[in-house]
Every structure is written in structure tokens, then in C-alpha cells.
Design a protein around this ligand. Structure first.
Ligand code: V47
Ligand code: SF4
Length: 392
């Protein structure tokens, strides 16, 4: 069977020696190394890489494609940091141009979803002194008191590092307190690119790569799961991407606590790196596919549709991706402010299901931890939508 597969792809086009050996590794379920990953980025074309990535995707998930019903809560877009790629944040000096929600205002947003079939709230925003340790403890407790089953996926090591340092608590103590207050998992943001020189250049001042990884490691040790992202397509090169993936793969070998890897395409509007061109769709698909091949110990690869766009997200399902995030309901501004096509990102559940099914895949609604809520190959969608904010 495997030999047959290689013969087929060799027949389709003359494979290079390196490609044959990479294909053999993939078919044997062996991991590829950074040098081989670099070869794929630099010398292989999309059809070949896509074939390998799709083979892995099918082995792991067959046609199953996951989404969830979620919304975002962004406490503020004012931030003490000045990451060059960030189109979303407003500096403290111009804070009147941004928003800063208090606890009651945040709870009002949570309550908008009362009675709606959402399973997750994704909380992330700028870093500001008043959003301190006690603020988030109170917020998580208030959400759980109001709606205990709503999964709180909140804050990144960037926020936690700042908050814990100010509160003079260790990462372990701080995270444990957040978990006791209601934290259920950690999203993948703030990773950017781990190479220290580039990180310093584009995201100077915030937590280091080592600190980002340490925060996740401790969270995993405390029994929670998290995601990981990689911001690509700006000033980094392919070696930096592989170095980033390698550091994540090594941590995952130790803890197994990551669920999903989410490559994030750099969008170039309204930020300090607007002079850089954006990556092409071919480049985006190659990047998803190589991520799928390289990150062999990650169960899921996610295409975050508000950022990559609905069409590329749908295409990506044939290039290694098996998750397209969720309904969003126009509750995040990070990407619309950075130039993503969709200015008001929201998809109804039926639109998400259609998008997955029209790509020839099976739509599965999951919760944050990938427990299956509905398998739409076995049941009809009930028609109950979650959209509130987008008014659809
Ligand atoms: O860390 C900011 C990125 C991230 C831009 O865990 C940009 O399920 C591209 O991490 N172009 C935050 N990217 C978003 C994030 C996320 C999103 C969806 C799901 C999950 C998850 C996590 O957004 C930041 C940064 O890397 N970002 N500005 C920009 N101009
Ligand atoms: Fe602040 Fe996050 Fe934007 Fe950086 S990416 S400026 S930390 S909001």
C-alpha cells in the first residue's frame, strides 16, 4: 500500500531523492527533521507537500473537520507594549481611541449569550495595569458563578507574565490561582516567532520565548491543555519557522499538553510593518502542510478563518488542516483591524457546516477539549444559531 503510494507520486512527477526519503518517512509515520522541513519549504512544490500533509490528516482524522461555537471577549485594546505587527492595540498615550471594559461591562457581554448554545469564551486583549491579578480572578469567578459550564480559554503568557510579576507570585502559584478561579485552558497567542533576535525586534519587551514555553509547560503540569501559534510571513525566514516548530515539538514531547497548532498569517494593514507584502495563498497552504508534516505530536492543525479568510480556510482542509475554529460572532477585532478580508467576522453554525461539507469533509462540532458535541454526518443541524453580536 505504502509502496504503491510512493510509486503513484513518483509516477505523477519526477521526485527528487530528498523528497523520496521524506515521503518514505511520512509513510512510515516517522518524524522529519529541521533540515528536511527546510528542504520542503525551499525546494518542494505545493502538490507534493500537500499530498503528504493530506495523507497524515487522513490517517489522524479521516474527513473529520472540527469547529466550535464560541465567542471572544476582549477587555481592552490599549496596551503597554508596542509590537510592530499589532494593528489592534492603542498606546496608553492614545487610550481615548481604544476601549477599556470593566468587570460589569464584561459580564454584560457574557450574558448576551445566555441560553445560546456556545461552549467557550476566548478572552484575550491588551496588557494594562488595571487588568491585574485580582481583576482576572474576579472575572473568572464571576463567569463561573453565572454560567459554570462555559469553558474559559483565557489570556496568554504575555498577560500572565506581566500580571504575576506585578503580583509577585510565581508562574505556578499564579496559574494555580487562576485555575481555582475558573480558568479552563490557555489560548495559543503571544508566541509570535521564538527566534530571540526577531522577537526582540517585532515584539520587544514582552515575555521571552523561554518564558512563553515555561508558562505552557507549567500549565500542562497543572493538568490543563493549551494551544500554540506561530506568526509567519513577516521578517522571519523558513529556518526561524522550523526553529519555532521544533521548540514546540520538544515541549509537546515532554508534556503532551498542546491540543492545536495554529499558524497565523501576518496581515499588513494599520501596523508598523505595513511596508511588508503579505504571503501568497500558495505560501499559506505550503505553511499549513509543512506544519502538519512537522508537528507529528500535535493532534490538530487549525486554520483560523477570521485571519486567513474563508476561502483559504476551506482550501486548507486538503492541506493538513482539520480544525477551523468557531462562530466568533464578530467579537474579535484583532484581524479586521489588521486587514483581514472579513471586517465583521461571524459565521452561523449552518455556514460553518456548509463550508466544511462543500469541501467534501465531515463537520464535527467539538468543545474546547475536542469532545464531540455533534457529528453532522450522523445528524441534521437543529437550526439553533448562536449569533448575537453580529445580528445575523
Ligand atoms: O499573538 C496580532 C496575532 C495573536 C496580527 O488558541 C496578528 O485557539 C497576523 O493567538 N497579523 C492572537 N497576526 C490571536 C491568537 C489566537 C487566535 C485564534 C485562536 C487561538 C486559539 C489563538 O494574533 C497574537 C499575534 O500573533 N496577531 N496582530 C497581524 N497583524
Ligand atoms: Fe499588546 Fe498583544 Fe498587540 Fe503586542 S500583540 S501590542 S502585546 S495587544
Amino acid at each position: 500500500m505504502q509502496q504503491h503510494f510512493i510509486e503513484q507520486i513518483q509516477h505523477l512527477r519526477g521526485l527528487k531523492e530528498e523528497e523520496k526519503s521524506i515521503a518514505q518517512k511520512v509513510l512510515n509515520g516517522q518524524r522529519i527533521n529541521q533540515e528536511e522541513g527546510l528542504f520542503l519549504f525551499e525546494h518542494s512544490d505545493l502538490p507534493f507537500i500537500g499530498l503528504l500533509a493530506n495523507h497524515i490528516r487522513q490517517k489522524k482524522h479521516d474527513k473529520r473537520t472540527y469547529f466550535n461555537r464560541n465567542f471572544h471577549l476582549e477587555p481592552t485594546n490599549v496596551c503597554i507594549y508596542t509590537c510592530k505587527f499589532c494593528s489592534y492595540s492603542r498606546r496608553i498615550k492614545k487610550r481615548e481611541d481604544g476601549w477599556e471594559l470593566d468587570l460589569d461591562q464584561m459580564m454584560d457581554q457574557i450574558k448576551l449569550y445566555d441560553g445560546k448554545p456556545v461552549t467557550e469564551v476566548h478572552i484575550v486583549g491588551g496588557v494594562l495595569p488595571q487588568y491585574n491579578f485580582q481583576f482576572y480572578i474576579d472575572l473568572f469567578k464571576a463567569i463561573k458563578a453565572h454560567r459554570p459550564e462555559l469553558h474559559i480559554k483565557a489570556l496568554t503568557p504575555v498577560e500572565y507574565h506581566y500580571i504575576f510579576k506585578k503580583a509577585k507570585v510565581s508562574y505556578r502559584e499564579g496559574l494555580q490561582a487562576m485555575i481555582d478561579a475558573g480558568l479552563d485552558s490557555m489560548p495559543g497567542g503571544g508566541a509570535e516567532i521564538f527566534d530571540e533576535e526577531i522577537r526582540e525586534d517585532i515584539a520587544g519587551g514582552k515575555c521571552t520565548s523561554a518564558e512563553w514555553l515555561e508558562m505552557h509547560e507549567i500549565l500542562h503540569e497543572l493538568g490543563l491543555r493549551s494551544n500554540a501559534t506561530m506568526l509567519y510571513g513577516h521578517v522571519e525566514n523558513y529556518s526561524h519557522r522550523l526553529d519555532h516548530m521544533e521548540r514546540l515539538r520538544q515541549l509537546q514531547d515532554r508534556t503532551g499538553g498542546f491540543q492545536t497548532f495554529i499558524p497565523l498569517k501576518f496581515r499588513n494593514q494599520n501596523n508598523e510593518m505595513s511596508h511588508l507584502p503579505e504571503s501568497t495563498v500558495i505560501e499559506d497552504l505550503k505553511n499549513y502542510a509543512i506544519s502538519r508534516i512537522y508537528m507529528d505530536n500535535f493532534d490538530h492543525i487549525k486554520a483560523y478563518w477570521p485571519m486567513i479568510g474563508k476561502d483559504t480556510a476551506q482550501l486548507s482542509l486538503s492541506y493538513g488542516v482539520n480544525d477551523i475554529d468557531g462562530t466568533i460572532d464578530d467579537t474579535t477585532k484583532i484581524y479586521s483591524m489588521a486587514g483581514a478580508e472579513d471586517k465583521n467576522p461571524a459565521m452561523s453554525t449552518s455556514q460553518l457546516i456548509d463550508m466544511i461539507e462543500s469541501a467534501g469533509m465531515i463537520a464535527i462540532e467539538r468543545d474546547t477539549l475536542y469532545n464531540v458535541i455533534h457529528d453532522y454526518s450522523k445528524e441534521e443541524f437543529s437550526g439553533e444559531e448562536v449569533l448575537v453580536n453580529s445580528g445575523k
